[in-house]
Design a protein around this ligand. Structure first.
Ligand code: MTE
Ligand code: MO
Length: 249
């Protein structure tokens, strides 16, 4: 962990770091998790930083059975996020394009799907091995929209109303950047940013904006939510943010 980097889970609570994980603590955590992940964000953020430490030290293996199992933490910077499904989900593409448009979930499902299996790496340190993501290549949507020659970047917006991300046009056209409809071979659940999230395989997971609702083609990159708070705009795993993680691609 790089101490210079801000943490999406908020300030570490010292008493939750390095403390031995007793049976009572683990069982108490299980109870908290059952209350629901996004219902109480401040509590959940504390819980996440606790689990980040606990899963490395847990002598019982019980943390593997927690509701965030599989190694993922659920992150949201918004205190509540509306649920969207095939009845009301829309993805818009606009900005410097010849053919702006709107996609429903059915529209996206009808396009060619690409499946990619790579490790997921969060900049706070947790990593999840070989995770399948599946969806439409972002480059396919950009080609369909007709990107104008003045364009240089893409801005992503989210229906949580808060989160933002961006990529250069060159990064966005990579074959391993998806508008993802599935994760772990299941439809993307709400907590993982469903029904549709961005998936940027070679970059730290903060690039993979959850609850994706807008793709705007722009001239220049605009720093995203976490980038305004200190993360690198070019978020290559292993060569940014002062970290030396094994690359994911
Ligand atoms: N809309 C939105 N997207 C987001 C975030 C967020 O808070 N809101 N957090 C980012 C960060 S820092 C990480 S590590 C991943 C977490 O994805 P997960 O909750 O599916 O594990 O989502 C990224 N995308
Ligand atoms: Mo993250």
């Amino acid at each position: 962990m790089n101490p210079d980097q801000p943490e999406e889970s908020g300030p570490e609570r010292p008493e939750e770091r390095g403390a031995p994980v007793g049976r009572r603590v683990v069982l108490g955590t299980l109870g908290l998790g059952a209350l629901g992940v996004l219902a109480a964000p401040p509590l959940q953020r504390g819980l996440e930083s606790f689990l980040a430490g606990a899963s490395e030290k847990d002598p019982t293996g019980l943390t593997g059975l927690l509701p965030n199992g599989g190694g993922f933490r659920y992150y949201s910077v918004a205190s509540s996020v509306p649920h969207k499904d095939e009845t009301n989900y829309r993805l818009t593409i606009d900005g410097l394009v010849d053919r702006p448009g709107t996609y429903t979930l059915a529209d996206l499902r009808a396009l060619p799907q690409t499946r990619i299996v790579r490790d997921v790496q969060c900049v706070t340190g947790w990593r999840v091995p070989g995770t399948p993501f599946e969806g439409v290549r972002l480059s396919h949507l950009l080609d369909a929209a007709g990107v104008r020659s003045s364009a240089g970047a893409i801005r992503f917006t989210c229906f949580d109303g808060v989160y933002m991300e961006s990529l250069t046009l060159e990064q966005a056209r990579r074959a391993d950047v998806l508008v993802a409809l599935r994760m772990q071979d299941k439809p993307l659940g709400h907590n993982h940013g469903g029904p549709v999230r961005l998936y940027v395989a070679p970059m730290y997971f903060y690039k993979s904006a959850k609850w994706l609702s807008g793709i705007t083609v722009t001239e220049d990159v605009r720093p995203g939510y976490w980038e305004n708070r200190g993360y690198d705009v070019d978020a290559w795993v292993g060569r940014s943010n002062g970290r030396d993680d094994e690359p994911t691609t």
